[in-house]
Write a protein that binds this ligand. Structure first.
Ligand code: 5RP
Length: 259
């Protein structure tokens, strides 16, 4: 056991139930000023008391987040492309582990693009990041299956997630799919699901509920929270689903709609 890695992971995935609600606001690193994230200090700070961790880039962390707020940080450390480029897979490591340590982060996050022309580069970057992370006791979250052209079915996601874990990731983020149990069962580390593009609040709550029911350790959700009409109610409802197992309909009516 590596004390630093385990201790930092326990700040993100709550030991009392093995679950987590991670709030992802790192979209700007390739999408620019994403709706709902124009002024992160204003829109995201009020949500932090309901999140188990905050995933973002160092530029936004330094400029927008009050260092006195006690929230575990998952730092996005990969990048190099933008939505103007058809191929999002050409990423490299963009932050040194020394800077991550200086920022007192609880984990670092990097995307891998299995099946893309830059598959190898992503896996090698992940392995280098894991090596560096172990040196300093910092766990690595691998983000899989981002990109328009990827078929997000159980076969593909199991492959991508397992490769991330084999390469040494301590947590893997992926998308929810049919037969999700198999994705989780064949991955030796916790799996969290991304929310994806904004949908209706009740659909997003159902996604969180189904993911946890089928073995996910929780969600790393962004747009379905910060683009919601009522972001604070939405993150509270997601929390209730993930940590208390409340049915999505009940969370939608009682917590999101406050009825
Ligand atoms: C993109 C990311 C995002 O953090 C991720 O997609 C989660 O946000 P959303 O719930 O909006 O999909 O890692 O590479």
């Amino acid at each position: 056991m590596d004390y630093g890695i385990e201790n930092r992971l326990a700040r993100i995935i709550k030991p009392k139930d093995g679950k987590t609600v991670m709030l992802a606001v790192d979209h700007g690193y390739f999408m620019g000023p994403t709706g709902g994230l124009e002024n992160i200090n204003k829109s995201i700070t009020p949500l932090l008391e309901y999140a188990d961790s905050l995933m973002l880039t160092r530029g936004i962390l330094r400029s927008q987040i009050d260092p006195k707020i006690d929230i575990p940080i998952v730092l996005r450390v990969s990048g190099g492309t933008s939505i103007l480029n058809d191929d999002l897979s050409d990423e490299d490591i963009t932050v040194s582990m020394e800077d991550a340590v200086r920022l007192n982060v609880s984990a670092v996050a990097l995307s891998i693009f299995i099946g893309s022309k830059n598959e190898r580069q992503g896996i090698i970057n992940l392995s280098k990041l894991v090596d560096k992370g172990y040196k300093y006791g910092i766990p690595v979250l691998a983000v899989t299956a981002v990109g328009r052209e990827m078929g997000r079915d159980e076969r593909y996601l199991s492959l991508a997630v397992r490769i991330a874990a084999e390469t040494g990731a301590s947590i893997v983020k992926t998308y929810y799919c049919e037969d999700f149990d198999r994705v989780v069962e064949t991955c030796p580390v916790p799996v969290v699901v991304a929310g994806g593009k904004k949908t209706g609040e009740s659909d997003a709550l159902k996604l969180a509920y189904d993911a946890v029911k089928h073995g996910a350790a929780g969600v790393d959700m962004g747009r379905n929270i910060f683009q919601s009409e009522k972001p604070a109610n939405m993150i509270k409802a997601v929390r209730a689903v993930v940590h208390e197992g409340i049915a999505p309909e009940e969370a939608y009516n009682k917590i999101y709609n406050n009825k």
